[in-house]
Design a protein around this ligand. Structure first.
Ligand SMILES: Nc1ncnc2c1ncn2[C@@H]1O[C@H](COP(=O)(O)OP(=O)(O)OP(=O)(O)O)[C@@H](O)[C@H]1O
Ligand code: SF4
Ligand SMILES: [Mg+2]
Length: 382
């Protein structure tokens, strides 16, 4: 696995925080300054700009005509940096999986751009698209249905090599698949077994091995542990973190569970009804949320500490999530927001650092799509 080994060396060559501290800082103040300095994330590996996906709604039996559109994703923007994990959370139906499929170019975007290393992949086709797809892979939610029951594990993991034979020539595939099994903690001798001979956690390891087969740079994980038992979830998450360090992978990690997202993510984006409501580092989102929707989500997370539980305010959202075929005007959250005012129904709030927080050296100064963004004391996920 020459390419994987190369990536390993590249990771080793990068100094970590402790190395920097040992070499450069002789006094405590200097050490603190280094640790407090804003994280330089470098160039984004993926830049998503105003991404839109509308699914047409049609009626009529003989002559089908479009009568509307499900606005599943409606102007989403974010960056993904090399080696980071960006978590995406939000209620069912808010458009998370559609974003994932758009990033994978499994769906064509209605509008917007996705730049991979500066190249807009939504406009690519043919060989250029195939080359980009090799670098962006996906791990799916349900390990029970995402693996073909009639194929051996060796054929499942090695299938991507049929499309990209340059990664593993025919004579080398078996060895390569066995290496991948080893990398994800499975016995390489299981290569001829079928998916039903594995547990749920082991099947997800097979899905991860398949995602790694082409040495990708980015892995889009759509609810990768949601179908697993809690104890197995932890093992799979630990494996994903280990692989990220080993191969310098960048993850987009979609999940319902706010605690899991916090555990694995460097930054977190909160989606509501096809839009990004708030985005920031895990500390900014979990300790200093300023968007009412994020605050409501966090206030519903069970808190183990009885004292913290006693002091927190629980925000109960009333009303159902509106239909994405007919979203509310202005701010989409306004039909469920306790702070909504007239302005909220006429003016779409932009995702930006709110004016009042701009220039502040404080974790509240992060992007939030709310006209009246402010902090509220809610206890976040552990
Ligand atoms: N192919 C499609 N045709 C029409 N509507 C679709 C299609 N795919 C998704 N939708 C709609 O788009 C919206 C967003 O769906 P999506 O699957 O992205 O949500 P999600 O956030 O992943 O939800 P969940 O958490 O339940 O997985 C939903 O209203 C869904 O019904
Ligand atoms: S813009 Fe208005 S409705 Fe939307 S979240 Fe902020 S206060 Fe609530
Ligand atoms: Mg989904």
């Amino acid at each position: 696995m020459a390419e994987l080994d190369k990536k390993d060396e590249a990771v080793d060559a990068t100094p970590n925080v402790t190395d920097i501290v040992k070499v450069d800082a002789s006094t405590t103040t200097e050490v603190e300054a280094i640790l407090d300095a804003p994280v330089d994330r470098g160039e984004p590996i993926l830049q998503v700009r105003n991404l839109v996906k509308h699914f047409p709604l049609t009626s009529g039996i003989l002559f089908r005509r479009q009568v509307g559109a499900v606005k599943a994703v409606d102007g989403v923007s974010f960056d993904l940096y090399q080696g980071e994990t960006l978590g995406i959370v939000g209620e069912s139906g808010c458009g998370k999986s559609t974003v994932a499929r758009l990033l994978m170019t499994l769906e064509r975007a209605t509008a917007g751009e996705v730049f991979y290393k500066g190249q807009d992949i939504t406009k690519l086709s043919g060989r250029a698209l195939k080359a980009v797809r090799r670098n962006i892979q996906m791990v799916f939610q349900d390990p029970y249905t995402s693996l073909n029951p009639r194929m051996t594990v060796g054929d499942i993991i090695g299938e991507p090599f049929d499309i990209h034979p340059e990664v593993a020539p025919k004579g080398d595939r078996r060895r390569k698949v066995q290496e991948l099994l080893d990398v994800v903690g499975l016995n390489p001798e299981y290569i001829n077994r079928y998916p039903h001979q594995f547990s749920g956690g082991q099947r997800q390891r097979i899905g991860i091995a398949r995602g790694l087969a082409l040495n990708p740079e980015i892995i889009i994980c759509d609810e990768p542990v949601s179908a697993l038992d809690v104890s197995v979830q932890a093992q799979v998450i630990n494996l994903m973190e280990k692989l990220q360090n080993e191969f310098n992978l960048s993850y987009v990690f979609i999940a319902h569970d706010l605690s899991i997202v916090r555990h694995i993510s460097d930054r977190v984006g909160v989606m509501y009804l096809g839009k990004m409501a708030e985005i920031g580092t895990d500390e900014q989102i979990y300790e200093h949320p300023t968007h009412p929707y994020t605050q409501a989500l966090l206030s519903a997370v069970p808190v183990p500490d009885p004292e913290a539980r006693e002091h927190r305010e629980r925000i109960i959202l009333t009303g159902d999530v509106p239909s994405p075929a007919n979203p509310p005007s202005g701010c989409r959250f306004r039909t469920r927001c306790w702070k909504a005012e007239d302005r909220c129904s006429t003016e779409v709030p932009l995702l930006a650092i709110p004016e009042r927080f701009q220039g502040l050296d404080s974790p509240v100064a992060h992007e939030s799509a709310c006209h009246f963004a402010e902090e509220k004391d809610v206890v976040g996920a552990a």
